[in-house]
Design a protein around this ligand. Structure first.
Ligand code: ADP
Ligand code: MG
Ligand code: ZN
Length: 293
């Protein structure tokens, strides 16, 4: 192979709090549809979010476990997009001021050598609800809406499926050991987006990447990377160009397929959420959490 694979991961982990991130609704999995919904997480006019302190605590612990710097000042931001499972018309997330800054994890590469994979940052956000399509009807279940998540964003430092899977496994181990995430991948409590591009061996440039969304098993991460690398290789070999797009992995067929062309960040019109004050934490609070790890 004349190409080098370049991979960056975005990992979503559900924080194991009993209640949602901005309201008192339960986060219990598998309850009957819309049984954990209130005026806040169903976006009734005038309803105001209040940050769940436990979620903040778990996000900081996750950052400490992954060698991240912790920001004593962070802000929530609105990520605007229209989709039926997002009742407010925006997701409360973090953008310019995330709770955790850069970090790293050492993972084994294909030769069994330890290699440092850098984390760009970790931010907090709320999960969306779920659309369910049955025959002629579509339904919306808001039990997940407002469930606390962290998103761990890596630098594009991984060069093979092995490195990506080993990284994900280390993150899984760290988060479950610290008891900030239960790690149940079938239930979607840890899932990851794989960003992947190819470049000629020896080159330092970053080529157009494809994002493969929401993969919820180590095996599927490996399979999706293998498939997508050869798909892109074939396109380049035939003189074609890669489109920046979002793809899904179909585990039954072992293939990725196109979902939509990828939005750039500015399409989300991020701005600071005026309903939530900035989060300011002290060094002693961080030290206290560190001592509990
Ligand atoms: P977004 O997905 O919101 O547009 P970023 O542009 O910051 O966010 O990138 C998200 C992820 O994609 C990061 O994990 C990053 O390392 C990875 N990434 C960025 N450029 C490339 C590339 N050319 N090839 C592979 N991965 C990339
Ligand atoms: Mg992304
Ligand atoms: Zn609620």
């Amino acid at each position: 192979m004349n190409y080098e694979v370049v991979i960056g991961l975005e990992i979503h982990a559900q924080l194991s709090t009993k209640s949602k991130i901005f309201c008192g609704c339960s986060t219990e999995f598998g309850s009957s549809a819309n049984s954990h919904v209130c005026h806040v997480c169903s976006a009734q006019p005038g309803a105001l979010p209040v940050l769940n302190e436990k979620a903040l605590e778990f996000a900081i612990k996750a950052g400490l476990a992954l060698n991240c710097s912790i920001n004593t000042y962070s802000e929530f931001a609105r990520k605007n997009y229209f989709y039926p499972d997002l009742p407010k018309g925006y997701q409360i997330s973090q953008s310019d001021y995330p709770v955790c800054g850069s970090g790293f994890v050492n993972v084994e590469d294909d030769q069994g050598q330890l290699k440092k994979i850098r984390i760009h940052h970790i931010h907090m956000e709320e999960d969306a609800g779920k659309n369910i399509h049955q025959g002629m009807h579509s339904y919306i279940n808001l039990n997940r809406a407002g469930v606390p998540l962290i998103e761990i964003v890596t630098e594009p430092d991984m060069r093979s499926a092995t490195e990506a899977v080993n990284f994900l496994k280390k993150v899984h181990t760290a988060l479950t050991f610290c008891e900030v995430c239960n790690g149940n991948m079938q239930e979607g409590n840890l899932r990851c987006d794989v960003n992947l591009s190819l470049r000629p061996k020896g080159s330092n440039q970053l080529n157009t990447r494809v994002e493969i969304k929401n993969i919820n098993s180590f095996k599927f991460v490996e399979e999706a990377i293998e498939y997508e690398s050869s798909r892109q290789e074939k396109i380049y070999d035939e003189g074609g160009t890669i489109l920046q797009e979002t793809r899904m992995y179909d585990a039954d067929n072992g293939e990725t397929y196109s979902l939509r062309s990828k939005e750039d960040a500015h399409d989300y019109r991020y701005f600071p959420d005026p309903d939530l004050p900035a989060v300011q934490i002290s060094d002693s609070y961080i030290q206290k959490l560190k001592s509990q790890l």
